[in-house]
Design a protein around this ligand. Structure first.
Ligand code: F6R
Length: 605
């Protein structure tokens, strides 16, 4: 997730901006840059890698006379994490510099239009298109505010940006739609930023900007406007008492909790630009034939996402799928057939076993598709084609929002392949996509209640040192994930099983000390799950069951989730198991936010 800061005031801008970016480092980034004004004009400095590389470039320059500037840390979404794609970006005439977070969905279309008018682009980013559009708007309307309003009316997608103009020293404009942006009000200085920590040492007076607002700041004044009418708007200045650490977590106690609560936004970001005219648009798949047989290879949570997708790919796209644990696959002598495709799934794109699997498939001459979150990562580079999850960096040691994003994209892939095979009616696909768009709002509304219930139940069951987590069908992978999370962060043993397997041995372990966490959602297999749960009850086992209203088996602790469209119930089940493990860890006093243990994902054997 990128970081933005803009400063106009009485102190040298560049040190304040770079320090602000440093306080946003926790968000993760792969390049950084600043733009500043001084009496000689507008300057941009950018560097690939960490802030130290940017510092090295700034060190030899005299920036002390500059009292106004903008800065950015970039997490790549469009284009590789290299210097030419780092922000700020400028328009062709070098009059404006812009830093931007978010995704401009129609950037390719706008870029083609601008190129036809003679605009030349130096990067692969959507941001450069946005600054060219704003410059065009300013030329057409003769005014910066009106030019921004004109450009934003043409733009689809999510954004938060800050803009400097060579012709208006000391001024910054900033606006947002669906990406965070706020303003810090100081004495003789003002800030805009994507996150509070960026300016917290200088001011605690904050104005939260809403979607569709434009703010104009200079050292001594600020004003918010409606982006369409450009009428001024009154805004409340709020005093923030958070410390830097709390602010980095958006006020959440832990990164894990923050990332669980980010999932509605993650769903929206994954879908951004990928639904066009009611159908899936995933051009990354076009270079490869529809697989005749698919082998999904991954580790941990990403492996569970692959298992989940198998059910949908086989049912809707009629593609035979095998899902493999990468550390097994790499040491086995797999049989490949013509028409095979290997799909690797990885949040980090650096997991050694998954990377090894790619190399094996490459040697066997099999086509490789990567699904990962980190642009330009090893897995992305070594795959024939790559689809990015667009979930933003995952900082928590426990992977949460990554699985949600992987499930969204895997669902889109299923629909895309089914459509190419001509075996899924357009209306069925449209129904699914409409439901997928709606599920993010439902999840957003429900997350506080899901968390509340998780808190109550984990207190009731905190004496348990071992759980069974059960499901059938699509919920088997979610049961496995529901058993992984408590092991990893609550340090409680949990075994995930297909509930039909219980009678083949494991049920012998059931008693009052070994509770069961069941997924008994309303679907074709509910009656089967209900009868498996009767077996557990007959042995005195306590049961927590995720259920839908009106369709629940009678258990000791029903946990009612709202109804959702078919398989999309999974997007409510996933945060429920994540929050159960999270609240259990908090209740038991475990250290939830250990720093991300890279050794886990990059193990070299
Ligand atoms: C679980 C977790 C791990 C990762 C696994 C794969 O919470 O974080 O199980 O899912 O190490 O990592 P990636 O997806 O980066 O390949």
């Amino acid at each position: 997730m990128c970081g933005i800061i803009g400063y106009s005031g009485h102190r040298p801008a560049i040190p304040a901006i770079v320090e602000g970016l440093r306080r946003l480092e926790y968000r993760g980034y792969d390049s950084a840059g600043v733009a500043y004004e001084d009496p000689r004009g507008l300057h941009v400095i950018r560097a690939e890698g960490k802030l130290g590389a940017l510092d090295d470039k700034i060190r030899g320059l005299d920036t002390t006379s500059s009292l106004c500037g903008i800065g950015h840390t970039r997490w790549a979404t469009h284009g590789l994490p290299v210097e030419r794609n780092a922000h700020p970006h400028m328009d062709g005439a070098g009059r404006f510099a812009l830093v931007h977070n978010g995704i401009i969905e129609n950037y390719a279309e706008l870029k083609a239009e601008l190129q036809a008018e003679g605009h030349v682009f130096l990067s692969e980013t959507d941001t450069e298109v946005l600054v060219h559009m704003i410059a065009k708007g300013v030329d057409q309307t003769g005014d910066v505010r009106r030019g921004i309003s004109w450009a934003l009316a043409r733009v689809d997608g999510a954004y938060a940006f800050a803009l400097l103009s060579k012709d208006h020293p000391g001024k910054i404009w900033a606006s947002r739609k669906a990406s965070p942006l706020l303003m810090g009000v100081g004495v003789g200085e003002n800030f805009v930023a994507s996150d509070i920590p960026a300016f917290l040492p200088y001011t605690r007076e904050v104005v939260f900007l809403d979607n569709g607002e434009l703010v104009e700041i200079d050292a001594s004044s600020w004003q918010v406007f409606d982006i369409v009418s450009l009428e001024p708007k009154a805004k409340e200045v709020r005093h923030i008492s958070w410390d830097v650490q709390a602010a980095q977590k958006d006020g959440y106690k832990h990164f894990m909790l923050k990332e669980i609560f980010e999932q509605p936004k993650v769903i929206r970001d994954c879908l951004a630009g990928r639904i066009q005219k009611g159908q899936v648009a995933l051009p990354e798949l076009d270079a490869l034939p529809v697989p005749e047989r698919l082998t999904i290879v991954a580790c941990g949570t990403s492996y569970h996402a692959g298992l989940w997708a198998k059910y949908l790919l086989e049912t809707w796209a009629r593609i035979p799928v095998q899902v493999e644990i990468a550390s097994e696959f790499r040491y086995r002598d797999s049989v490949f057939l013509p028409g095979d495709l290997v799909l690797t799934i990885s949040q980090s794109g650096e997991t050694a076993d998954t990377l090894a699997a790619i190399r094996i498939a490459r040697e066997a001459g099999v086509a490789i598709l990567g699904l990962c979150n980190v642009v330009g990562s090893s897995i992305a580079r070594e795959s024939d084609s790559v689809v990015y999850t667009q979930a933003g960096p995952e900082i928590s040691v426990a992977s949460t929002k990554a699985m949600c994003s992987q499930m969204v994209v895997l669902l889109l892939m299923t629909l895309a392949w089914a459509a190419r095979k001509g075996i899924l009616a357009a209306e069925a696909s449209e129904d699914c996509l409409r439901a997928l768009i709606r599920i993010s709002d439902l999840l957003e509304a429900e997350l506080p209640a899901i968390r509340k219930q998780a808190k109550i139940l984990c207190q009731e069951y905190s004496d348990a040192r071992s759980f069974f987590v059960l499901g059938r069908g699509l919920y088997v992978p979610l049961a496995l994930e529901g058993a992984l999370k408590p092991k990893e962060i609550s340090y409680i043993h949990a075994a995930g099983y297909a509930s039909g397997e219980m009678k083949h041995g494991p049920i012998a372990l059931i008693d009052a000390q070994v509770p069961t966490f069941a997924m008994a959602l309303n679907d074709d297999l509910l009656q089967k799950v209900a009868s498996n749960l009767q077996g557990v009850q007959a042995r005195g086992g306590r049961i927590i069951a995720l259920v839908n209203p009106g369709a629940a088996p009678v258990v000791e602790s029903p946990w009612v989730l709202p109804e959702a469209w078919g398989p999309l119930k999974s997007f409510l089940v996933l945060p429920a198991v994540q929050l159960f493990a999270y609240e259990m860890a908090v209740y038991l006093g475990k250290d939830v936010d250990q720093p991300r243990n890279l050794a886990k994902s990059v193990t070299v054997e």
